[in-house]
Every structure is written in C-alpha cells, then in structure tokens.
Design a protein around this ligand. Structure first.
Ligand SMILES: Nc1ncnc2c1ncn2[C@@H]1O[C@H](COP(=O)(O)OP(=O)(O)OP(=O)(O)O)[C@@H](O)[C@H]1O
Length: 377
C-alpha cells in the first residue's frame, strides 16, 4: 500500500522551466497513466518520483513521508524502462536476482522470489538463458520481473512497450493489466505515447501539456468530457473535429449556427446573454452519421480510408484548415467525390469558447460522470 502526493512540484534545467505547479494525489492501488505531447515532461515527472531527477520545487510524499531527498533505493519503488536495461552477461534468473543479492537476501529467498516472478510472467522455461537469446517481449518481461522480485509498493513504467512490435505490444499490455489485477494494492504510474495503453490500463489518466496538468480523470471521462480543446484533440483518434460557429439560441440545449452553413442542437446548457458567442463545436469522427435531415456539416469527400472495421471519410484535405473526418462503422465503397450530409446526436457534441469547454464554466455544477453507454448487454 502506498499513496503518493505531489504538491506544487516544479522542474527546471537551468533557466528552462519544464514543469510547474504539479498537484496530484495518487491513491494506494491506483493505476495512473501520464500522457501528453512529446517533450511535455512525462518522463521527467516519473523520474522525479523515482528519485532519478532532483525535484526543483514542491514536495513529493510517499505514504506521508517526504521523499525529495531520499535516495531511489529507499523510496519503496521499482522502475521499468523502455530500454529493458538488462545485464547482457547475466541469465534471466540472475538479472532478476541482482537487486535481491545486493540487498543481502538469502539464497532461498532469492530462489523463491525469482521462481514466483518467472511463473507470473511465463518466463520459467527461460530462467537460464542470456538476454540475447530472448525476444523483445521476453526481455521486457524480464525487466518487469526485476521489478516484481523486489515487491515494491510503487511500480513506475517509462514507455515499457514502445520497443515492441504491434502484436507483442498488445500481448504484453494485457499481461501488465493482469499483473495489476493480481496486485490490487500496488500503486502503478505509467508513461506512454499510446492511446490504447492509456485508455485500457489507467484508472485515471493525467494529461500533461505546457508544463502543467491539463486534466486528470478516468479514461472515458476525458474522452467524453474534455476540459478544453487540447484534451479534446489529444484523447481519441482520429482527433475530435472542431467546427467554428456561433450560438443562436440558448437554454438547456444550445443551438449553434456553423460557419460552414450547418446547424446543430447540442445538449449543453447556455445562458441568456450567450447569444452570438463564438464557439467551436466539437464532434468526434465516430459520432457523425449520414443524414437526409438537418446537417451540421456538408462536404465533398476528398479521400476515404478503408480500415476494415471502419471507413474514414476526409473532407477539406486541400484547405489550409484541419480536415474534417467522419468515421463510419464497417466497409463502405463509392464515397469518393460524393457530397455527404452529416449529423450527430445532441448529447455527443461539445462546445468550446476561447478553447475551454462550456461544460466546465464557472458556477456550473457538473453531475458525477457516467459513461454514455451505446447499448446494453
Ligand atoms: N538534462 C536536461 N537538460 C535540459 N533539458 C532537459 C533535460 N532533460 C530533459 N529536458 C527537457 O525537458 C523536457 C521534458 O522532457 P521529457 O523527456 O520529460 O519529456 P517527455 O514528455 O517524456 O517526452 P517524450 O514523450 O518525447 O519522451 C523536454 O523539453 C526536454 O528537452
């Protein structure tokens, strides 16, 4: 059991500020995933928790104890790196045993711990092999095994799957999810570029951007209730479409006239005085469908991409602006060059003013998040 408290954490290299005002409480047993654009400081924050980077400002507590100046080996954490960092001249068992030997554990204890880790990670047949005789996925499992044998309170993962090919990534991701399930009281903090890893592994995702935290929440909460256009664009692929427009009618639902000529009714409340307010209407590609009725968007399909389970329609690929994308389930043919009218359900759309979601306006109390389930069963 270990909870982590990051209070006003900052990091600078000389006069370059990489992170500032990072406040985050992580509960015991939580799986937290850091995501964000390249260079936003995900690894730096993880390395500060590990003790591999000096904390420039603020405090880090683990289980209520200040850790800022405690060396990595005494923090009760273990870290798994992208590069595996295995000792090439040691067998799998010796790689896993190394930290325990240093810690002065007995032969029996070491054998038990490495046997157990080998079993949990399906490495038993490989315990006497050298790393060079293992596949990438097996090597990464050894790296995880090295963390496991130490039985840390907190596991830190720095993009552990990014050197693996697509199929191995999926298999190893599932193993990490199962590992977490088998150790519900162990806290895990995980850095990734991969949306699927973030969405499937995290109890909560932390989106980092511009040196700070943009939003923290359950994966589907970030997907359905992004706090601003940045998070809306970052979570979900292809990214949410943002269509400029103006509020024309206010109330429990809001009517928006779009610059492209369409109109949309959105299930987000607005107030008297909001009429005329410039907004960006956010609609995810997967929430758009073809319609004969009122459309929020009408355009000529410039490009189609058939991915099998879905077909992507691109509009305005030659314009200066970002293309609009619709994602239709299944295989479709004959869309190229056609003019298509698209709509979306009122509850599937978002409204942003000055980049910020109108859902989170001052004075608005949001009900607790409930996923918008598409179908029962
Ligand atoms: N030793 C250093 N000296 C100066 N700047 C550094 C140093 N280490 C990292 N940085 C800068 O700090 C910023 C954050 O780096 P970090 O590696 O944490 O980002 P990241 O979000 O993990 O990126 P990526 O997703 O590309 O791995 C980057 O702009 C990087 O250039």
């Amino acid at each position: 059991m270990a909870d982590l408290k990051l209070a006003d954490i900052a990091k600078s290299y000389g006069d370059v500020n990489v992170l500032k005002n990072i406040d985050l409480d992580i509960s015991s047993g939580e799986f937290i995933v850091f995501v964000g654009p390249s260079g936003c400081g995900k690894s730096t924050l993880l390395r500060m928790i590990a003790g591999l980077e000096q904390i420039s400002g603020g405090t880090l507590d683990i289980d209520g104890q200040r850790m800022n100046d405690i060396p990595p080996s005494q923090r009760g954490i273990a870290m798994v790196f992208q590069s595996y960092a295995l000792y090439p001249h040691m067998t799998v068992r010796d790689n896993m045993a190394f930290a325990l030997k240093i810690a002065g554990k007995s032969r029996d204890e070491i054998r038990d711990a490495t046997d157990r880790a080998g079993k949990m990670l399906q490495l038993t047949p490989y315990l006497d092999r050298l790393p060079k005789a293992l596949s990438g996925g097996q090597r990464q499992r050894v790296a995880i095994g090295r963390a496991l044998v130490r039985d840390p309170k907190v596991y830190l993962f720095d993009e552990p799957l990014s050197n693996l090919d697509a199929a191995l990534r999926v298999a190893t991701r599932i193993e990490i999810a199962q590992l977490k399930e088998s150790m519900p009281d162990r806290t895990m903090v995980y850095v990734t570029h991969d949306q699927t890893e973030a969405m499937t592994l995290a109890d909560r995702i932390v989106v980092l951007a511009g040196g700070g935290i943009a939003q923290v929440g359950a994966p589907l909460e970030l997907y359905e209730r992004p706090i601003n256009e940045f998070v809306a664009g970052f979570i979900g692929s292809p990214a949410m479409n943002l269509l400029p427009g103006k509020v024309t009618a206010v109330g429990e639902e809001t009517t928006v006239a779009l610059a492209g000529g369409g109109e949309a009714r959105v299930a987000i409340p607005t107030r008297a005085g909001d009429e005329g307010m410039p907004v960006n209407l956010g609609v995810r590609p997967e929430d758009m469908f073809e319609t004969d009725g009122p459309a929020l968007f009408e355009g000529k399909v410039d490009l189609t991409e058939a991915l099998g389970e879905v077909t992507l329609l691109y509009f305005g690929t030659n314009a200066e602006t970002v293309p609009v994308i619709a994602k239709l389930p299944g295989i479709h043919a004959g869309y190229g060059g056609r003019t298509v009218r698209l709509a979306a359900k009122p509850e599937a759309m978002h409204l942003f003013h000055d980049g910020e979601s109108l859902l989170y306006r001052d004075g608005v109390e949001l009900p607790p998040y409930q996923p918008r389930v598409a179908s029962a069963g």
